[in-house]
Ligand binder design. Structure first.
Ligand code: ZN
Ligand code: ZN
Length: 83
């Protein structure tokens, strides 16, 4: 029986596309969904690119600092990986 080596692929964590606080999520729901304007914005924290111009900070910073990409409010623990 050949011993096949299973490639140790680290299972990528499923990350939300955007980090939004509950308030902003509710706003999006009311608005009928996230309207993504295909204009690249600039992150206020790192100067990097955000996926849409309406967002103040990029995903990376939002994840690292646990803040909402939309209103820069601290996210609650339960919202961290929320959808
Ligand atoms: Zn950033
Ligand atoms: Zn928010």
């Amino acid at each position: 029986m050949p011993n096949f080596e299973q490639p140790q692929s680290p299972t990528p964590e499923r990350e939300p596309k955007i980090f939004f606080c509950q308030d902003c999520k509710n706003e999006i729901k009311k608005a009928g969904g996230f309207f993504s304007i295909q204009v690249i914005g600039t992150c206020e924290k790192c100067g990097g690119m955000t996926s849409t111009k309406s967002l103040k900070i990029c995903r990376k910073c939002a994840k690292e600092m646990h803040i909402c990409q939309n209103c820069v409010k601290p996210l609650e623990q339960s919202e961290e990986y929320g959808h």
